[in-house]
Design a protein around this ligand. Structure first.
Ligand code: NAD
Ligand code: MG
Length: 370
């Protein structure tokens, strides 16, 4: 029986994780549940799961639960927890990832922003504490499954991207897209922030940086291709030129369960069985760089290294929040990111404090550019 801490329990990945746990009561127990601000949603979950620890990080209502930012770390390091599912959105998840890895836990990581912001420090925390990082992100789970199956390191990785709702829109129309249009994702149902990231393609840049830190490949060996059906989750090339893929209908419950059981598999009747005919024709297109400038900005930040990925991530977070509040146009998101990256190109990145400072400076600079 593995004890699970679920951080971000009321979100999209949190809900999918509880669906997985519900089908495997013999294997997993929810030891800790933490939500951002949805105390009412948490109360319903606590009634069902009876966890040892439950907490609300922000917000005015706590319904008697533990409160505050420390709750994430407390849950992540709880002695009865074996696996921390980090499904928090944004840089707010970083401390919990670091603490869990230092405490020797497995971190099933959906919170990709954590790795983008501080990939080297996350790797160091895992080495220090003997913890283990396993991706929940579907593309990275696909890569990991291919690597485990092959038992060898890949030479090139191509992540697939749905292309988002504006895949075939004219450039000027993309820049003026509305909130509702951006939230209308063609293949995945997800939280608002990652849905907007998918529409700008910032998500795919974040994922290339995530792949860099998870699999150790340089950016010349990391690519993205648009695949509107989201059936093939990644292509993994080996040195002999052979390519493996992991395939399936889009469902986050598959990579979530794999992150809990890796390197093994657990039978699961709750997953829609694959049907190639129903999947229909599979198509591939290049990324349209001129229409989705956030993608190139993110890849350039990854290549630059140092604090640049943290700056990219933080500027993107505030710009997406501003877009979702109706304060800036869709096309203003890459503009704000660009301003922060230009201004903070040489920000130091030698410590966690330096990265936090870069993150804060990027939020300020992006805010001024909006
Ligand atoms: P969501 O918005 O549905 O849920 C986010 C969760 O984080 C909520 O429980 C919220 O209460 C909590 N939260 C928000 N701000 C917080 C804070 N400051 N402190 C603590 N908790 C906070 O988002 P989601 O779609 O579930 O995505 C979660 C993470 O998983 C993101 O990093 C996203 O990129 C990643 N991810 C999601 C999907 C998906 O299919 N939804 C797929 C791949 C990766
Ligand atoms: Mg993904």
């Amino acid at each position: 029986m593995k004890g699970i801490a679920l951080l971000g329990s009321t979100g999209s990945i949190g809900t999918s994780t509880l669906n997985v746990l519900r089908r495997h009561p013999e294997a997993f127990r929810a030891v800790a549940l933490v939500t951002g601000s949805n105390a009412e949603g948490l109360a319903g979950q606590v009634a069902e799961w009876r966890p040892d620890f439950a907490a609300v990080v922000n917000g005015t209502e706590s319904h008697g639960f533990a409160r505050g930012r420390e709750a994430l770390v407390a849950a992540a390091t709880h002695p009865d927890v074996d696996i921390v599912v980090n499904a928090v959105v944004g840089a707010a998840g970083l401390d919990a990832t670091l603490a869990a890895l230092r405490a020797g836990k497995r971190v099933a990581l959906a919170n990709k922003e954590t790795l983008v912001m501080a990939g080297h420090l996350v790797a160091a925390a895992a080495r220090e504490g003997g913890g283990e990082l396993v991706p929940v992100d579907s593309e990275h789970s696909a890569v990991l499954q291919c690597v485990v199956a092959q038992g060898a390191a890949p030479s090139r990785i191509i992540l697939t991207a749905s292309g988002g709702p504006f895949r075939s829109w004219e450039r000027d129309r993309v820049a003026g897209a509305t909130i509702d249009e951006a939230l209308n994702h063609p293949t995945w149902s997800m939280g608002a922030k990652i849905t907007v990231d998918s529409a700008t393609l910032a998500n795919k840049a974040l994922e290339l940086i995530e792949a860099h830190f998870l699999f150790g490949l340089g950016y010349d060996c990391l690519e993205a291709v648009v695949h509107p059906q989201s059936i093939i989750h990644a292509f993994v090339e080996f040195p002999d030129g052979s390519v493996l893929s992991q395939v399936g209908f889009p469902s986050m419950e598959v990579p979530i369960l794999y992150a809990l059981t890796h390197p093994h598999r657990m039978a699961d009747s709750g997953v829609r069985r694959f049907d190639p005919v129903a999947a229909g024709p599979l198509t591939f297109e290049p990324v349209r760089h001129d229409c989705f400038p956030a993608f190139d900005l993110g890849v350039a930040a990854g290549r630059a290294g140092g604090a640049a990925p943290a700056v990219f991530n933080a500027a993107n977070e505030v710009a997406v929040a501003a877009f979702l509040e109706g304060r800036i146009a869709f096309g203003g998101i890459p503009t704000a990111i660009d301003a922060a990256l230009t201004r903070l190109a040489d920000a130091p990145a030698d410590s966690l404090d330096a990265l936090r400072e870069a993150d804060a400076a990027a939020r300020r600079t992006a805010g001024e550019a909006m």
